[in-house]
Design a protein around this ligand. Structure first.
Ligand code: 13P
Ligand code: ZN
Length: 269
């Protein structure tokens, strides 16, 4: 069977990048079993031949109406598929979907009928929000970083921007490369529309959000950048935890030094 990636180097690069990041998530220890999911908006790369491809699945209801996604195309990790398998065999553990004209259902178009992630409602709601707000962001990464998730088990860290400030103050890179900080979403059932709606609300302010006692979600122009922001925040969390395990409270960069970074790097917040 001919793959959709054949003679389409740009599309193949998107899938290769997803596979590369999936490998990092596994190596980091953030992707137990099927933990985490990735989707990428590839609509720009859908040529006429792709648009004419027949569906290889039934039409599946998304569960909500996403008006900005009409005719959009996404590469999605499959539900119950492992990141370590997505890394090696992306087209057996993920699939391309097309959003139907009613903006409320999707169909799989290639290469295999791999059912998309159970967090599709959240992912598609985020893509819908991003397109609607004129953003050029194309990638959503959800993963379960041990250190960041552990921190959400402390209610004191769940107040607005407490973690943002703490993690920014651990190392200048986090302030510079995660300039909007970290949004917090109170625990909600995985895969639920409640979680999807709360996530979209937080995207008005943040590019990276924590799902309390579950994981983190990041949006960016591409899958590498989305991974890098989570990796940077996790580095800060590890510095904090390392200092704590050495028996002291880390001092952190002062407000004055943080303000200096904000000016020097022309940061938005
Ligand atoms: P999926 O295997 O359906 O992508 O679910 C993994 C997950 O992390 C749910 O939050
Ligand atoms: Zn999860």
């Amino acid at each position: 069977m001919k793959s959709i990636l054949e003679s389409r180097p740009k599309l193949a690069k998107q899938v290769a990048d997803v596979a590369e990041v999936a490998g990092y998530l596994w190596q980091k220890g953030w992707a137990e079993r099927n933990g985490g999911n990735i989707t990428v908006n590839v609509t720009e790369l859908a040529d006429d031949e792709i648009k004419a491809l027949p569906a290889i699945s039934e039409k599946v209801q998304i569960g909500n109406m996403l008006p900005h996604l009409k005719g959009c195309y996404f590469f999605c990790k499959g539900t119950n598929k492992r990141m370590r398998d997505l890394a090696r065999w992306p087209m057996e553990n993920g699939s391309f979907i097309r959003i139907c004209d009613n903006c409320a259902s999707y169909e799989i178009i290639a290469d295999n009928p791999v059912k998309p992630t159970s967090e599709l409602a959240s992912h598609l709601s985020m893509h819908n929000y991003l397109i609607g707000s004129g953003s050029n962001y194309k990638a959503v990464v959800h993963t379960h970083p041990i250190d960041l998730v552990a921190m959400t088990h402390n209610p004191a860290f769940l107040k607005k921007d407490v973690l943002t400030k703490l993690l920014w103050s651990m190392i200048p890179e986090t302030r510079a490369f995660c300039p909007k900080g970290l949004g917090i979403i109170p625990y909600a059932l995985p895969s639920s529309f409640e979680l999807a709606d709360a996530t979209v609300k937080q995207l008005e302010e943040y590019d990276v959000v924590m799902w309390e006692k579950h994981g983190v979600c990041s949006v960016s122009e591409n899958v590498m950048e989305a991974f890098d922001m989570i990796d940077t925040l996790s580095k800060s969390a590890q510095i904090y935890l390392t200092a704590k395990s050495m028996g002291f409270e880390p001092e952190g960069l002062s407000d004055v030094l943080m303000e200096e970074l904000k000016v020097a790097f022309n940061l938005p917040k």
